[in-house]
Design a protein around this ligand. Structure first.
Ligand SMILES: C[S@@+](CC[C@H](N)C(=O)[O-])C[C@H]1O[C@@H](n2cnc3c(N)ncnc32)[C@H](O)[C@@H]1O
Length: 230
């Protein structure tokens, strides 16, 4: 099962919990004594690069906030990466019998660059279905998941690695402020990814991986970890 990201609220009109959270965080960062607080909001720089140097892929409480019509910027603004769509060339590659299909870079990807979106059906996770392709949403809409098992894009093939080179990050993105705020998730590179290299994320926390139960992790020869069975 894909890693559950921590994020809070789905809204279609009016002031959302998220807007309040956003305001609180922004305000607190303006107070010098609070600058040490973990920063919740991420935005790419002018070159479209997200600073993920200190990204903790295990306890992820981060959300990317993209520009909208309220900013007055253009469609080519680097802070509209998800809105602009996938630009990186990627291939779905059959790795081996254990890993099945994975995703590989068909061109070099730099650390902090947007790779693609995790696409699927937004639903409430239920116990009687296969959650292997669920990506839990926790900031924009707590308790929902994006399921790419039957309907998704190539991000559904991203394999787990205990030392991953990419991460899924919830993304607050809408072109017009009046658009519905649907849960969306971006895939960003945590470090440079070479052409032909597998793009990987970490599905689980270190504790779960070290529990000794589940599928033996095949991220590298001799990896001692296990992917918990759902
Ligand atoms: C979201 S799917 C990834 C796509 C899948 N490989 C396919 O061919 O459709 C997750 C599944 O891939 C396999 N997998 C991914 N990373 C793995 C790893 N490091 N070790 C073992 N199996 C892995 C497991 O079977 C896991 O349940």
């Amino acid at each position: 099962m894909l890693k559950t990201l921590k994020i809070g609220f789905l809204q279609y009109s009016g002031v959302s919990t998220f807007q309040l959270l956003y305001k609180d965080t922004k305000d607190s960062l303006e107070d010098p004594k609070d600058r040490e607080l973990p920063r919740k909001l991420l935005q790419p720089n002018k070159a479209g690069i997200l600073n993920l140097e200190h990204f903790n892929h295990i306890s992820n409480q981060k959300i990317i906030v993209e520009c909208s019509d309220a900013c007055g910027c253009s469609d080519s603004c680097p802070r509209r990466r998800l809105q602009q769509g996938q630009k990186k060339r990627l291939v779905v590659f059959y790795e081996n019998k254990i890993l099945g299909f994975g995703l590989r870079a068909a061109e070099p990807i730099k650390a902090g660059e947007y790779v693609t979106e995790y696409v699927g059906t937004v639903l409430t996770p239920r116990s009687n279905r296969d959650p292997s392709y669920d990506l839990g949403i926790e900031i924009v809409a707590e308790g929902l998941a994006i399921d790419s098992r039957k309907c998704g894009n190539l991000a559904r093939f991203v394999a787990h690695a205990c030392d991953p080179n990419a991460a899924f990050i919830e993304t607050h993105s809408r072109i017009f402020e009046t658009d519905p705020l649907i849960p969306r998730v971006s895939l960003y590179a945590l470090r440079d990814i070479a052409i032909g290299e597998a793009v990987t994320i970490c599905y689980y926390s270190r504790d779960k991986l070290a529990s000794g139960k589940g599928i033996k992790c095949a991220c590298r020869p001799g990896c001692p970890n296990h992917l918990p069975k759902n």
